[in-house]
Design a binder for this molecule. Structure first.
Ligand code: SF4
Length: 707
């Protein structure tokens, strides 16, 4: 069992007065002080932390409400003979888990046990989960919910730059960019403290361009809003590039010296003349020209993408098309300029670097690279031949659950896939078909409700560990409180399970810091090299940016200034053609559906739907419908409406608003049951990233109550 050392006890006591730690939610990872007791904790923004500079959003302010919430799981649960989840001892729970995993593997093979992680796990847990899957279980089937969030941007950045770090520059650079092109993100609601950089940019005479089918809270402060048709991003990007080339605004020296394959892109861009792009995207030609000229004449400019661009079956290509613009303008690696992806989940960045992806080993290494396999096997003390190969990606694993060749027993840690996966009704059925479902969580999430065994886990303020924020800054979450009795940390229970599986000698950690030290050794020489990072260094510097390859290295704040980590040292253009989304609208399903986040909720809502102050801001999901459509279907504000797609139906309350395109409906995805937008979404996958198409599908309205 992981011990709490005397030093940690001292830290925890001191922290009861006030502990400098970080918010449990999004990738901004705001610095905050936690004070009081676990039962009565309060938080305050940490003004000295350079990312949020004291700012917090309502989710951060109310984060302590989950610590002593009455729904908190305080004992392991298992099914009794009636099939009801009842409290059991830890020994009984873990014995059931181990026996089931061994039974399933003996009958169906090692890959029949799967592991599903999350982008909210600390780096230590993400690393340990990957090692647990491959060393303790010997399965190739491990993936995580980050496959649903950041995988398209990650794949695009690797293709173009040879490296994926969400932002290759610090957030502070945004304040000095003359133009920011923000695509598919509503940061005013999802990451409100980030708006201080946009406000500073505006004070410096900077301009913001927002591309979004919604006239969002962020779009309201923009100099220009392009309300594109969902699923038309690559056409828009190619259209902007066409104008930039036509009007002589590209940086020919940069293209010649720092990039390759521009000629192929120029040939494709030539076919995206403005009138055609206006037809494909719905964005008027004049606005296309205005946006292109704002970008092309700026002395510094940034292009930032997020889930609106990436969560599509063309997500990688969409992102590459926008990267093409950044390269053509010579932005990448230049001061206050470049391309970046705004990571969403709390540890969306670190969670994708250290081995909980099916095709990846720690340090952002590829699992099919012989040198990478030898290195990791050496760090783990096993033979390279014992290391499994690449497994199924997240949706592909979930789609096959319980089937003959699929995973028959699943271990889920830090994810609520019954709500967050696309085509959620189907995924619930697959989860129910498993021989054994084990869920580690701190609330009885919708996924935990389906489990055979539930393991109660510690929360953010009850354990130590590192996170990597959207800038690539590795930060330290500190323990402020003792966990409640009966609850164990994820790392602790993984080590216990590994010991019961006969692999305890590979999991002999007593502290999270030891796991981090091993993670750093495993990452040494990899793309995401953490080998020079320590807990002390993080605390002394408000975090350390990777790569940080040695103890005397300060970390790398800005990437790509001299060269790109590709074989030639140059960035790569990719010729991208616009392809329609997996579903286009027709007479049966005449509208587009797009989904996203709202201010007072986070991801599947397991935590935030339980916080009264957040529920009171938006107690239920609202379907945003344009007045023209509302009139056509005789719907009014506050009516109930059922939306139907080819996968199912869900029911929402109507919000009539001109902030959405006439051909599009927006619904948030944080709710479950018949209010779950993911009962509607399309699991069509991007061919490279395996990212499902959450952001666009065809939908029809079936009114229940009309005035
Ligand atoms: Fe900051 Fe994100 Fe937490 Fe809000 S949810 S306080 S933006 S880290």
């Amino acid at each position: 069992m992981l011990e709490v050392t005397a030093l940690e006890q001292t830290r925890a006591s001191a922290a009861r007065a006030s502990v400098a730690t970080h918010c449990p939610y999004c990738a901004f990872q705001c610095g905050m002080y936690v004070q009081g007791s676990r039962e009565n904790a309060t938080v305050a923004g940490n003004a000295s932390f350079p990312v949020n500079k004291g700012g917090l959003c309502v989710k951060g302010w109310t984060a302590p409400a989950t610590l002593s919430h009455p729904d908190r799981l305080l004992s392991p649960l298992a099914r009794d003979t009636d099939g009801t989840l009842v409290p059991v001892t830890w020994d009984e729970a873990l014995t059931q888990v181990v026996e089931a995993f061994q039974r399933v593997q003996a009958r169906y093979g090692r890959d029949a046990v799967g592991v599903f992680g999350g982008g909210s796990l600390t780096n230590e847990k993400a690393y340990l989960l990957g090692k647990f899957a491959r060393v303790a279980l010997g399965t190739s089937n491990i993936d995580y919910n980050g496959r649903f969030c950041m995988s398209s941007a990650a794949a695009a950045s690797q293709k173009a730059f040879g490296l994926d770090r969400g932002l290759p520059f610090p957030l502070a650079d945004i304040s000095h960019a003359q133009v920011v092109l923000l695509l598919g993100s509503n940061i005013a609601e999802t990451m409100p403290p980030m708006m201080q950089y946009i406000e500073a940019q505006r004070s410096n005479d900077g301009k913001l361009i927002v591309v979004d089918p919604r006239f969002s809270a962020t779009a309201r402060v923009a100099a220009l809003h392009l309300g594109l048709t969902p699923g038309s991003d690559a056409a828009l990007a190619n259209g902007l590039l066409h104008i930039l080339i036509r009007d002589g605004l590209i940086d020919r020296d940069y293209i010649r010296e720092r990039t390759e394959d521009f000629d192929k892109v120029r040939a494709v861009a030539a076919t995206y003349w403005p009138e055609r792009v206006e037809r494909l995207t719905g964005v008027p030609e004049a606005q296309l020209v205005q946006a292109a000229h704002m970008l092309g004449t700026a002395t510094s400019a940034m292009i930032l993408t997020a889930r609106g661009v990436e969560q599509q079956s063309q997500g990688v290509n969409n992102t590459l098309a926008y990267i093409n613009i950044a390269l053509a303008l010579g932005l990448v690696g230049r001061p206050y300029s470049g391309y970046g992806c705004l990571t969403g989940q709390g540890n969306g960045q670190g969670g994708r670097e250290h081995g909980q992806k099916a095709d990846q080993l720690p340090g952002y290494r590829k699992i099919d690279d012989p040198a990478a396999r030898r290195h990791i096997a050496g760090v783990w003390g096993i033979e390279e031949s014992e290391l499994p190969g690449s497994g199924k990606s997240a949706y592909e694993m979930l789609d096959q659950l319980g089937k003959e060749d699929g995973v028959r027993a699943l271990f889920v840690m830090g994810s609520n896939i019954a709500v967050s996966a696309p085509h959620a009704t189907h995924i619930r059925e697959r989860l129910k078909s498993l021989d054994m479902l084990v869920v580690a969580d701190f609330f009885l999430s919708e996924t935990a409700q389906l489990a055979d065994v539930v393991l109660p886990a510690t929360q953010w303020a009850e354990e130590e560990g590192t996170m990597t924020n959207l800038e690539g800054r590795v930060i330290l979450r500190k323990r402020a409180f003792e966990p409640p009795p009966g609850v164990r940390s994820d790392a602790d229970l993984l080590c216990d399970l590994a010991a019961r599986l006969g692999k305890g000698r590979y999991f002999g950690y007593s502290r999270a810091e030891q796991i981090f030290a091993e993670l750093c050794r495993a990452s040494a020489g990899g793309i995401a090299d953490y080998s020079g990072i320590t807990y002390e260094k993080i605390q002394a510097n408000h975090g350390v940016f990777w790569p940080c390859p040695s103890e005397d290295h300060p970390g790398t704040t800005r990437l790509f200034q001299e060269h790109f980590p590709t074989p030639t040292g140059k960035a790569r253009f990719h010729a991208i053609r616009h392809l329609p989304p997996g579903e286009t609208i027709d007479s049966e399903y005449p509208l587009y559906l797009t989904t996203g986040r709202v201010l007072a909720q986070y991801q599947s809502g397991t935590q935030t739907r339980r916080v009264e102050q957040l529920r009171s801001i938006m107690p239920e999901p609202l379907a945003e419908i344009h007045p023209v459509v509302a009139r056509r279907y005789k719907l009014a504000h506050g009516d109930s409406v059922t939306l139907a797609t080819r996968r199912g139906t869900a029911t929402f309350t109507v919000k009539v608003t001109t902030d959405i395109r006439e051909d599009t409906i927006f619904v948030p995805f944080h709710w479950s049951g018949n209010q779950s937008s993911n009962r509607l979404t399309n699991p069509a996958l991007d061919p490279t990233s395996r990212m499902p198409e959450f952001k666009v599908c065809a939908v029809r309205i079936e009114p229940l109550v009309a005035r």
